[in-house]
Design a protein around this ligand. Structure first.
Ligand SMILES: [Zn+2]
Length: 134
């Protein structure tokens, strides 16, 4: 479950190598609302990715496309840019979205005691001693 938030940015540019396929490359930047897998509350994740599409006009062209390019099929002479970019962004969604610092984080108590916790009783004792002295 993810909702792409408005305000996403995609910078794309087209180029064509001599005798090569039409190439669309660019950068994607978008935010999506997902569910934190730790606390099950909504979390906003930032998606960043780069694209390198090779435009193909038939299945046969897709087969022969350079392996470095992601084939994007242009149907009826149209590239559905928005749809294709959205598809690309969905691929960038994390499998396990989580808050960077999840408030409801459950941390197993593996640390050998919290230092600040241990210090505080002594600090209280020291304070008592000082009071008795005065
Ligand atoms: Zn969370």
């Amino acid at each position: 479950m993810a909702t792409l938030l408005p305000g996403g940015q995609a910078t794309v540019r087209g180029s064509r190598e001599p005798y090569g396929p039409r190439v669309v490359s660019g950068e994607l930047h978008c935010e999506a609302s997902m569910i934190c897998q730790r606390c099950l509350q909504p979390v906003t994740v930032t998606l960043r990715g780069s694209i390198r599409w090779g435009l193909v006009f038939s299945d046969r062209e897709m087969q022969s496309l350079d392996q470095e390019l992601d084939p994007v099929l242009v149907e009826e002479g149209q590239l559905f840019l928005r749809q294709t970019i959205e598809d690309e962004m969905v691929l960038l969604l994390p499998i396990m979205p989580m808050h960077d610092s999840c408030d409801n984080e459950w941390i197993p108590d593996l640390e050998p005691g919290d230092v600040s916790e241990k210090k505080s009783p002594f600090a209280v004792l020291a304070a008592l001693k000082n009071e008795q002295r005065s």
